[in-house]
Design a protein around this ligand. Sequence first.
Ligand code: SF4
Ligand code: SF4
Length: 437
Amino acid sequence: MRHSYLKDLDYSVVQQCMHCGLCLPTCPTYDATKIERNSPRGRIALMRAIADGQLEPTAAFGDEMYFCLGCLACQTACPAGVNYAGLFEHARAEAEQSGALKSPRRNLIRAFTLKWLFMDLRRLRLAARAIRAYQRLGLQSFIRRSGILKILPKRLRELEEMTPEIQPQFSADLIAPVTPAVGPKKFRVALLTGCAQDPIFSDVNRDTAEVLARNGCEVVTPPRQSCCGSLHAHNGEWKLAQELARRNLEQFPPDQFDAIITNAGGCGSHLKHFSALLADDPAYRERAMLWDKKVNDIHEWLIKIGLTTPASTGKAGRQASPAVVTYHESCHLCHGQKITSQPRELLRAIPGLKLVELPESSWCCGSAGIYNLTQPQMAGDLLRRKMNHLKSTGAQIVATANPGCLLQIINGARAEGLDLRVAHPISLLAEAYRQRA
Ligand code: SF4
Ligand code: SF4
């Protein structure tokens, strides 16, 4: 008999939903369509029907699971404690295993990205260098000016416009394998440099290592690392996610570190659940349980150990007016990890910044992993909603702690011609330390 991810899932998880509907107003897809099927309650009902053997995983089921952002706002709202994150991952794995969504184009894209590019980050870096050459040798601006893009299908044009700027140097070029603590060493931590984060935001990784060192941490950053596997787990590739979790456990034995640090909200949410991923693997189960306890988001860790506040420099009465910063919450940082106060505390500790609250700060920006690539219309609507709120704050800087959110809002600001700086909170903190060194 065929293995079923939903049928084999602990039934207490599948039947936890009591249909109260309190999650409905927090769900961006339900808010957009007002269709029950597009709500958390509706999706859970479909998953349960499959677990109960009343429904087969059809293409319509698969499409519904991929219309869900996986933002986990419903999980925060749910009074019954429904584990939507677990259900969602199993439901997408079920959809993939059934083959209901298969098509030659889709199979090719998934084989190239999930099964090849992101399984060995040397390949990803090579691809990033090719994109950098395309951007720096003038080819990109030539193609954009030439009008060639106009003859391409709309979707390809949109994808070209979304191509992120690749950094000249990657994390391994910027961060030593071991960064000593500044002053007395209090902790030994490992720093995960991520997959796409490395070529696109290696500067954020460098800033993270620097901030950790200034807070008494010796930082271990191996130049060759593996993807954490969140991309795979969220896209139905459960077995590949397990393989990547094992690789991370081998590379970073959790008993050798006080903490394992991530600066990406989406990765952190996944990294903290390796024990669930490897629950049936006796060789790794125990290690994964210790790992889950050691993984810390960077903001969480700094507040936990007592943040070293950057000293204020300017003289009272002569200081320039503070720059206004607002904070957009990555879904998997606030809903997945429940980390909401720490990034704000950190931003408030930076001299020269004034934090103003963003309306709907925890409403998804539409990035949601690769959602802005697979569901461009819904992602675009969410981005416009986010940009309207950002404009209402009058902020010059928006801080956010996930590479997908950073890219999405950078693209939104560019599309609207806004003079808005988009930065990771840790980069703002690192700059404050440097200015006051
Ligand atoms: S994860 Fe987000 S989009 Fe999906 S059901 Fe929950 S609230 Fe709705
Ligand atoms: S809030 Fe929780 S229990 Fe209520 S309908 Fe939503 S998922 Fe089900």
